[in-house]
Design a protein around this ligand. Structure first.
Ligand code: ZN
Length: 242
C-alpha cells in the first residue's frame, strides 16, 4: 500500500509540475498574444482617428439666444418645443421678469439652458452712471443665482451697447449676436424664419425674443429647418470657448 501511495505521490508531483509548467507557458503565450493584440489595436485606432479627422466633419455649431424673458405666456411653450427637439439655448433674462417668474427660471436651469443677464430694468448701460449700471447687473445676478445657485457669467447689454470698463470690474462677459431678424418688429412668422434660415452660418448667434408668440413659432420652425441642414444648436459658452 505504501509503495503505491509513494508512486501516487510521485505521479501527483510530476503531474503538478507538468500542469504548472503548462500554465506558465500558456500564460506567457497569452501575454504575448495580448501584447501583440494591444499593439495592433493601437495601430488600428490611430488609423481610425486619422480617418475621423480627415473625412468625418463635425456638425456646424450655432446658438439660439432669447432676450427679455422669462415671459409667463410664451416661455413655457418655447421650452416644451426645445425639449422635444433636444435643443439647448441661451436666455438673457430681465431681472424683474426673473423675479416675477421664478418657476420658469428654475425650469430653464433644470433643462440645461444657459441663463444670462439682461439688466434688471432693461436699461441702456451707457446712459447710466457706473454705479447704477453695476446695480442693474448685480441685482439681476442676485435674483437668478438665488434660484439656480450659480453666478450669472454672461450678459447681453440691452440695445447692444456696452461699457468695456464694466466687463473688467464685474466678472461678466458680454455676448452680442450675428443674426438679427428684428422679430420684435413683426408678427409675421414666415418673415422671421426666412431671414434666419437664409442668413445663418457656422458659429452664428441668432437673436430672438421669447415674449412674442410669433417669435416662439419662428424659433421652433428655425430649429426644424436648420437641424435638417445639419446644424447643431449649442449654448453660447460652447461657441465662445471653442
Ligand atoms: Zn432686450
Amino acid at each position: 500500500m505504501h509503495g503505491r501511495t509513494g508512486r501516487h505521490k510521485i505521479l501527483f508531483f510530476c503531474g503538478l509540475a507538468y500542469t504548472l509548467c503548462l500554465f506558465s507557458i500558456l500564460g506567457i503565450s497569452v501575454d504575448m498574444k495580448n501584447g501583440k493584440g494591444a499593439e495592433e489595436l493601437g495601430r488600428l485606432k490611430e488609423a481610425a482617428d486619422y480617418v475621423d479627422a480627415s473625412v468625418v466633419e463635425e456638425p456646424s455649431k450655432i446658438a439660439l439666444t432669447f432676450d427679455d424673458g422669462p415671459n409667463a405666456q410664451c416661455t413655457g411653450r418655447l421650452l416644451d418645443g426645445l425639449k422635444k427637439r433636444g435643443v439647448k439655448a441661451t436666455f438673457f433674462l430681465i431681472g424683474m421678469n426673473a423675479e416675477d417668474n421664478p418657476d420658469l427660471v428654475k425650469r430653464l436651469y433644470d433643462e440645461g439652458h444657459l441663463i444670462g443677464n439682461h439688466t434688471y430694468h432693461h436699461v441702456d448701460i451707457t446712459k447710466k452712471s457706473n454705479e447704477e449700471a453695476r446695480k442693474e447687473i448685480e441685482e439681476t445676478d442676485r435674483v437668478i443665482s438665488a434660484i439656480t445657485g450659480e453666478h450669472v457669467a454672461y450678459m447681453r447689454p440691452p440695445f447692444g451697447v456696452w461699457q468695456k470698463n464694466l466687463e473688467l470690474e464685474m466678472d461678466v462677459m458680454p455676448v452680442m449676436w450675428s443674426v438679427d431678424p428684428l422679430d420684435w418688429t413683426t408678427e409675421n412668422t414666415d418673415e422671421i424664419v426666412n431671414k434666419v434660415v437664409t442668413e445663418t452660418e457656422e458659429n452664428d448667434i441668432i437673436l430672438l425674443h421669447d415674449c412674442y408668440e410669433s417669435s416662439v413659432d419662428a424659433a421652433l420652425r428655425i430649429v426644424d429647418i436648420l437641424q435638417k441642414k445639419g446644424f447643431e444648436f449649442v449654448t453660447v459658452d460652447e461657441l465662445i470657448i471653442e
